[in-house]
Ligand binder design. Structure first.
Ligand SMILES: [Zn+2]
Length: 53
């Protein structure tokens, strides 16, 4: 089910990412990719801190 995830990058920045992101999501701080689209659930590269509804 699509939801928002709070993901922490290796640089320490945390941001919310849509679990079904359809494009690459980059960290707002260091520009490292945090999620890649995979047709359904995106592949998350950072650490999932928590799920937001
Ligand atoms: Zn980062």
């Amino acid at each position: 089910m699509a939801r928002f995830l709070r993901v922490q990058c290796k640089c320490g920045n945390e941001q919310n990412i849509f679990s079904n992101a359809s494009s690459v999501v980059k960290c707002n701080a260091c520009k490292e990719p945090l999620a890649h689209p995979s047709g359904g659930e995106a592949v998350i590269h950072g650490k999932i801190v928590k799920e937001l509804g």
